[in-house]
Design a protein around this ligand. Structure first.
Ligand SMILES: [Ca+2]
Length: 289
């Protein structure tokens, strides 16, 4: 009898669990929509933890409802509960990109997350001094490994957080040098042409077996001055890369990096996600003018 009762109670609990599981799935099926206020476009949406590119939006079921409000994350304090209109296509020349009209002015260097059923900022991100000898040496080495003989190290951001939540901090560094720019502003404006020795990179530094290792996340490094491919075509323009936010964009508990890029007459934002110890490109949105 006791056994029978136990079997019945297991069945009841399993049934309740399954019911709860279906409910959870129903909730998770509402897509999490992610926008960048830098490039003013939709980076994509996340369904059940999987990234779906913005261009796939039109394939969603007709009853797709875009989030009515967003939480915004950047390197400053989060801005929570900002109301927004439906997702609409932008005006020309960004007419293939979805965005919203927010109910109030928002900074242009944030990432907006709507409908997330997880905490996009599970651990804090701290800004550190850009004048650190060890980081300068690490960036010089990384640039040398990538072909620059005498790199001019110019670090613009140093950010520290625990990406995976394993109790060990990782450091993210952005560094940019363009010969054409004489100013010392924190955010560089990418010039029309790059010269030999120019670069803009985002790097990731972690401790492996008690040794700090610095790896490139993204960037462009110019070993030589880029040349025109034909007399009437200008050489390719360089990009300036800047870290926008370090937050969990797909709900897996591991924080992702959102990198803004600016190019002569163009703007974009890219997401990189940690896979097997390496940051890999996940998604992008942007447009040119
Ligand atoms: Ca960590």
């Amino acid at each position: 009898m006791a056994n029978k009762l136990r079997i019945i109670s297991i069945l009841v609990l399993t049934g309740a669990g399954l019911f709860g599981f279906h409910l959870m799935n129903a909730v998770a099926a509402a897509p999490t929509v992610i926008l960048t206020t830098h490039a003013r476009c939709m980076l994509g949406h996340v369904v059940d933890g999987k990234w779906i590119e913005a261009d796939e939006l039109r394939k969603l079921p007709k009853d797709f409802v875009s989030p009515k409000q967003y939480d915004l994350f950047g390197l400053g304090n989060p801005i929570k509960g900002v109301g927004a209109s439906e997702l609409v296509l932008q005006e020309y020349p960004c007419h293939t990109r979805y965005y919203v009209k927010f109910d109030k002015d928002v900074p242009n260097n944030y990432t907006a997350v709507g409908n997330a059923n997880w905490n996009p900022q599970p651990r804090p991100v701290k800004s550190l001094s850009t004048n650190n000898a060890a980081y300068k040496a690490a960036i010089a080495d990384l640039l040398k490994q990538n072909g620059l003989t005498n790199p001019k190290v110019r670090i613009l951001q140093v950010l520290k957080t625990d990406i995976q939540g394993d109790g060990k901090d990782e450091v993210f560094i952005s560094a940019t040098y363009f010969t054409a720019n004489k100013n010392g502003s924190e955010i560089e404006h990418a010039p029309m042409y790059a010269k030999k020795g120019d670069y803009s990179i985002v790097a990731y530094r972690e401790v492996i077996d008690e040794k700090a290792v610095t790896k490139l996340v993204t960037g462009n490094i110019f070993e030589t001055t880029p040349q025109s491919s034909a007399p009437d075509i200008p050489p390719p323009a360089p990009s300036e890369y800047h870290i926008n936010a370090i937050i969990d964009l797909d709900g897996d508990g591991i924080m992702d990096i959102l990198v803004d890029n600016t190019i002569h007459e163009g703007i974009g934002s890219e997401v990189f996600t940690l896979k097997s110890g390496k940051f890999e490109f996940a998604t992008y949105c942007g447009c040119g003018f």
